[in-house]
Design a protein around this ligand. Structure first.
Ligand code: MEV
Length: 452
């Protein structure tokens, strides 16, 4: 890389010009351009779709699209699409899916489906008066948003409530209009934000026009109007359960009872220790993010919400819970998931569309059930490995191909390495040594390879 300077008007350049400008930062600009172009879609119309998802696009960044087959959820079988770069996540989900498939699979319950949006404003006036006038203000806001909500109402959604929240004990003059929405199968961000901006406009007019306010109460400063990604009332629960005895054989060295005990301790630790809780929950999001990406959902919103929910009592804790009662092992995940199956990228991204088709074109509620179950599957797989053989054995086996590719191994070398590392511990150094030996065999090894 050469030194970089500040560039003005980059966004005004066309795609080729942007690519050419950026290429100047590489030792070999022509190579850079041709490598980035090699990731363009063959079909220019499809490429245009990708270009227009975002800004200043110069190429596409590929991620693997994998399948975790045979997830039994509420007696339906799903082959779940997962987009993720981390090796062993799809394998872990698949293994857990298989393990639970003959034990009743995953069971789910949608607890609630509402979302929140807020108008944050500063106002100095008589709050009791505003409280009394709230029903009138609410009617005006509903009327003002009628054209925006008409379609959503027809689909069974809309604005559920608008409440006034007094936050003046935190910030001088700070209030909120806190609105609750049902957005049915859409994630609903645009719908919610459009409604909120209308609420804000109505609020300003209300203060300015209403005869009940004194002159000094007529002005309110709207700070911002935006949905909240914290949706604790868009909640799904998923769980697996079996007799503790059915866990016999899950590990060579532990009985079902011993495994259940260790598993329970691991989950308890994630409930009381923030460092462990973070990693524990990360393992859940390995699965949830992967299906969120595959179906064109906003994984950043989903993660932000999940982590906030994990800290809802003031301490950050595990999102899962284990119960061992009357000889039964019950493992559950309760998590807010604001997902959509219509609108946004879900309908625009060609592979998101295919993912949803593969899942039987679910509504948002069913996608919540599936995504939560994949999260639990991944987490179960992680804890199972951690309390038995450890994570690295499986992890490094899956990582072997990445290391081989990084070292430029040929297909023949990869095949040989896969056999060699069936029995050997995988590490970066071990793979380097293996390749070195393979490429520079000793006289004795040459004789062995030659079958002498
Ligand atoms: C790795 O991506 C995820 C784990 O660290 C999760 C966990 O520790 O529970 C294996």
């Amino acid at each position: 890389m050469k030194d970089k300077e500040i560039v003005c008007g980059f966004s005004k350049l066309n795609k080729d010009q942007k690519l050419e400008y950026i290429s100047k930062h590489f030792e070999n600009p022509a190579d850079f351009v041709s490598e980035l172009k090699s990731f363009y879609h063959d079909d220019p119309d499809q490429q245009k779709i990708f270009d227009e998802f975002s800004e200043n696009t110069i190429s596409n960044f590929y991620f693997p699209f994998g399948i975790a087959p045979n997830m039994v959820i509420d007696d339906n079988v799903y082959h779940v699409p997962m987009v993720i770069e981390e090796s062993s996540v799809v394998a872990a989900a698949s293994k857990s899916a298989k393990f639970w498939s003959d034990k009743g699979g995953f069971h789910t319950e949608i607890i609630s489906t509402t979302k929140i949006g807020q108008v944050h404003f500063i106002w100095h006036g008589n709050i009791e008066k505003l409280r009394t006038l709230m029903p009138d203000l609410k009617d005006r806001m509903l009327e003002r948003t009628a054209s925006i909500t008409a379609n959503m109402n027809q689909r069974g959604g809309g604005i559920i409530d608008i409440e006034l929240v007094d936050m003046t004990d935190q910030i001088d003059g700070y209030y909120q209009l806190k609105a609750t929405f049902e957005t049915v199968d859409s994630m609903g961000a645009n719908f919610i934000n459009s409604c909120l901006e209308e609420f804000a406009a109505e609020l300003r007019e209300f203060f300015a026009e209403s005869p009940y306010f004194k002159e000094e109460e007529r002005h309110c400063e709207v700070i911002m109007s935006i949905l909240s990604n914290y949706t604790p009332d868009c909640l799904v629960k998923t769980w697996v359960e079996c007799d503790v005895d059915d866990l016999d054989g899950i590990d060579e060295e532990l009985s079902g009872e011993q495994f259940a005990w260790k598993f329970e301790k691991a989950v308890q630790i994630a409930s009381v220790d923030v460092h462990r809780a973070t990693t524990h929950n990360k393992g859940i999001f390995n699965g949830i993010d992967a299906i969120a990406l595959a179906t064109g959902n906003d994984f950043r919103a989903i993660e932000a919400c999940g982590h906030t929910y994990a800290a809802r009592d003031g301490n950050y804790r595990s999102l899962t819970e284990v119960k061992i009662e009357n000889g039964r092992f019950i493992y559950s995940l309760t998590i807010p998931l604001a997902l959509g199956t219509v609108g946004g990228l879900t309908t625009l991204h060609p592979l998101a569309k295919k993912s949803l088709e593969l899942l039987g074109n679910p509504g948002a509620r069913d996608l919540m059930r599936i995504a939560a179950s994949v999260g639990l599957a991944n987490n179960f797989g992680a804890i199972k490995s951690l309390v038995t053989k450890g994570i690295q054995k499986g992890h490094m086996k899956m990582h072997l191909l990445n290391i081989l590719n990084q070292m430029g191994a040929s297909e023949e070398e990869k095949d040989k390495a896969k056999i060699h590392f069936e029995e050997e511990k995988v590490s970066f150094n071990a793979v380097a040594r293996f390749l070195d030996k393979h490429r520079n065999p000793s006289e004795i090894e040459k004789a062995v390879y030659a079958g002498k």
